[in-house]
Every structure is written in C-alpha cells, then in structure tokens.
Design a protein around this ligand. Sequence first.
Ligand code: VG1
Ligand code: CO
Length: 545
Amino acid sequence: MKIKTIKCQPFNDQKPGTSGLRKKVDVFKAPHYLATFVQSIFATLPASQNQSLLVGGDGRYFNNEAIQIIYKMAIANGFKNIFIAKHGFLSTPAASHLIRKYKLDGGIILSASHNPGGPKGDFGVKFNINNGGPAPESFTSKVYEISKTITQYQIADVPDLDIKSVAITQTGNIKLNVIDTVNDYADLMEHLFDFDLIKSLFNSGLFSMVFDAMHAITGPYAKEILINRLGASDETVINGDPLPDFGGGHPDPNLVYAEELVTIMNHAIQAPDMGAASDGDGDRNMVLGRQFFVTPSDSLAIMAANAHLLPGYQAGISGVARSMPTSMAVDRVAESRGIECYETPTGWKYFGNLLDEGLISLCGEESFGTGSDHIREKDGLWAVLFWLNLIAIKKQSIANIVQQHWQVFGRNYYSRHDYENVDMDKAQTIFNRIEQQLPVLEKKCFGDYCVAQADNFSYRDPVDHSVTENQGLRIIFTDNSRIIFRISGTGTEGATLRIYYEKYQRPDGDLLQDSQSSLSELFAIAEQLGQIKQISGRSQPDVIT
Ligand code: VG1
Ligand code: CO
C-alpha cells in the first residue's frame, strides 16, 4: 500500500474551544485544513496509543467526506484496528461507550454539536481519549501548537471505504471494521434502566411521549430504544431521520430552537405527558412536561435525589459535579445526602478525572447536559430514559416530580441569556468592563442584593492538580444569588455572550413564580455593570433558557 506525504502550510486558527474545533464548512473544506488538524491530533498521541481508533459523526454535511480522509490518514499513521460507523452515524455518547467497551485508543467525532449544519453551516472535529472522554486541555493545547508549525501529513493511497453496511476487512495487518453503533449503546441503556417497567408505562395507555430528534444523530438510537425495545408508538419519535442540514433547523434542544416540540407540549388539550429533544450529536437533552419546562440544572438535582431508585444506581452515588454556571440546586441535594459536590469549568472534559477516580457518579451542565459514570460524555437519551424510569416508578407527572423536589430542597430560580453573534470587540468591551469592576464590588449593595464575592473563576483539578484560569466572571451575593458572565467557546461567528442568573428560594417561600420575573432585579444589576444594551446594540437576548 502506498503512503503519500502531502506538503502543507500550517494554519494559525486551529485552537480547539470548549468542545473540539468548530469552523464553517467552507473553512474545513479548504485544501489540507481537516488533514492538518487530524495529523496534529495523531502527532500528539503517544506512540503506544496509535493502534485502534473510532471514526464517525453526527451526519452533518461533509461528514462522510471527512470520514474517508481520516480513515486513510489513520492507516498512513500506523493505526491497525480502525472502527468506522456505518453510514458515518455515531452519536457522541455512543462514541464514548464504544471506545470504552472495545478499549480503543481514541475516537474522532465529526460534529459541531448544537451548531447548525449544511453547506453554509458549521463543521467540527472532536477527539476523545482512551477513557472515552473529551481530550483534556493539556492534550488539545499540544494539538494546537503542532497545527501552527506542521508542514506535512501522511495519507494512504487507498480507495474510499464502503460504509453503507457492516463489514470487517483485513488488509495485511490492518483491520477495518464498519460497525453499527446503535445496538451496543441500546444494550448499555437496557443495563442501566428498568426497561420492563418503562415498557409497562408505554403499554398502560395512560402515558404518551414525543421525542424530537431534530433530524440529527439521535433518530436511529431513539427509534431502536423507544419504539423497538420499549414499545412506544411509531409517532413517538419525530424528525427521526438524520439529515446533512438537519432539515434546515438548528439542532439545539432549547425552548427557542426546538419550537415544534414546544408547540406540541404547550397544546392546551392534546399535549403528551412528556416531551424530549436532543442536539446534533446526541449528548444534550431537553425534558418537558405538559406545559412545563424542566430547567437542566433542576434536572440534575432531581436525578441526584432519586438515582438510588434506578437499577444502574441502586448502590447510591459517590458524589456529584456541576459546571460553575450551572445552578446550585444539586449542591443542596449533595449536602442533604452527605456527598461531595464539585464545581468545574464549563465543558465535559473537566468531569473526566472526577469520574475516572470514582469521586462522582453524576454530573451536569446548565446547557442541557447531564450524564453519569456509565460513559465519559453527557448523554441525551440516557437522561430521557432516566426521566422515563423515574416517571414509571413515581407514577407522577413531570411537573409534580419537579414541584415536590422544590418543596423539599427549595427552588433555584435560574435563567441563561445569550446574545449571539455579537461583534467580538463589543462583547470583549462588555466583558472587560465588568472584570475591571470586580475588585471594588465586594460588599457593595444593589438594593437588597449585597455582593459577597466577585472574581474570575479558576479551577484546580483535585486529581491531577492542573489549574485552569479565566473560566467566567462571577458575582455572588450574600443570599447565594449569582450573576455569571462568559464568552462562548463553541461559536463560529462573532461572539456569543452568555449571562447566567440564579436566585434561591427557600421551600417555605413562593416556589411558583415565573422565573424571568423572579430574576428581574438581577437582570437590572447586570445591565448596570455591563451596559450590555448600549454597547452590544441589542435590546434583548437572542435566546433565553
Ligand atoms: C457550550 C455549553 C457547555 C457545553 C459545550 C459543548 O459551551 O455552554 O456547557 O459543554 O457547549 O456542548 P460554550 O463555550 O459555548 O458556552 V455540545 O453539546 O455543543 O458539544
Ligand atoms: Co452536543
């Protein structure tokens, strides 16, 4: 087999963000752009870890072309056992599971997750290491350094691989495995949850559900699990066929972009009992009850409070973790259970060490991500099954389960405001303006809200002791209310400014207010500090969750 060495120019913009490298499709399609980044990943891997590799993606535009390039490069770079997803379809959680199950050295997931796809949309490359989780910061910064100086890459001169059906081909000492990724993942779910009980819930005729796969990767997984294995009706899964442009939609499961599902769930008479959606690569989840939205931070807290009821978590949970901007609802559960709650920077990679060390069993982010130690990624369908199992046990509506939780633990009113595609300079001006005020904010009061702590969050990993700085500006008030400012690390156009608001209400107070009105004083404080409207030129956020 002929291995070609291709000369290339280094790029200076291949710095991975919160989750992999994301760029416009046109950027990735430019000559050598994808190959340079992939070669930089291979060059970062220790020599002992270039034996086995998994490759697949969320089915977005350019997915399969990228797979063909990467499999040829993997051969040229010495990989001997290469797993390629059939049709190229591989969700992020399934990738994490397969890497662990087959003890692979790593996996490349082609996805820009919740970002839109199609020829004018976004493309992305994520690399997961042999624990199944996203490569840590130390790895991705090395990749970036190499990408800035690289001058050549290796690619095997072999024909495109047929990835339409499952097959194993052995050429010399290289084994190519085209695999179906759905069954292994579905088996894992069956092992964690009480499928018989969930099946009886669907069969009872008293429960209905709609799952919106948003024409992204979870369609095939959801159909296998919900319809084939759990007996839900065929109409349960909507938008279930993955499409290269996600049907023109934005595969981000929130109240704005999952509009079709939200409309179904808000129907006065015919709304199903449960609605759920997942994102482009299947790691996020939104859970809705009838005319009821479950805040992702609450979802994590409710999972932590109830995990012991489910088969996979019967032994109890060792500890929990949440990203810093995620509400402190789960902290209250941890406190009452006498377990540790860790606060990490945004991004799943920071949970990896805690999970590997057994310090935590559950973790989550406010951005519609929850997961457990079953894999090393957040997991959309896992969260949906967790809720289904809980409903089947409690025989209560989603709204009742959430409200009862508040009655015990109190409610963390919470909202995130996103200002998308703001001019980078303007976003930075707002951010700097707030950062400069931090030192003088302590003890300062805004009406009833007095500042207890104001800083730029930094994290020291309790396992490897690495320190990560500049992870978001925090203003924490004496009553534990918080305002947090971050600039997104997943966008490809301008800057997305995220402002997170949180306010705690004790169980004996009013638990049923509208979250936006309950947080309005905090909105005014953020505006006063950041002059967001004036500087960004936006009168309101683009997305409120
Ligand atoms: C966002 C979320 C973060 C999440 C990341 C990847 O990052 O806020 O919580 O881990 O996306 O999720 P940022 O930097 O834009 O705030 V996924 O599902 O897009 O891989
Ligand atoms: Co995702």
